[in-house]
Structure formats: structure tokens, C-alpha cells
Write a new protein. Sequence first.
Length: 68
Amino acid sequence: MGSIWEHHAVHLADLIGSKDELQAHLYLERLMLFPVDIQDKIIHEISSLRKCNTDDIAEIITFYSSRT
């Protein structure tokens, strides 16, 4: 993953880790203009990770960014 996605992944992980779902949604909206349903899927997938790390989060963001 590129360093840009890793940076976004770290920030998003912090927002989700602090249980600030509203800010996570707003961040994703600003980041990629993801529709709300895609934001929900991304946050759900990240929240469901057994071990949350930036590589996995970056991979999830990359997956959804290639589908919108």
C-alpha cells in the first residue's frame, strides 16, 4: 500500500478506536466522497477485524475506492 493510504488508515483506525463513528463517516466522506452505505460497509469491516492494523484498513479502503 502507498504511504498516503497508510496515513489515512492510521487516522481512520484512531477514529474508529475512539468509537467516534460520526467523525469516521465525515472523514470517509471528505476523503473519497464515499456514499453513506459504502461508509457503513468500510466502518463495519474495519470494526470486525480481529487485529486492527493499518495495512488491513488501507486494503479495505483501496477495495472500496476501486468500486465507486
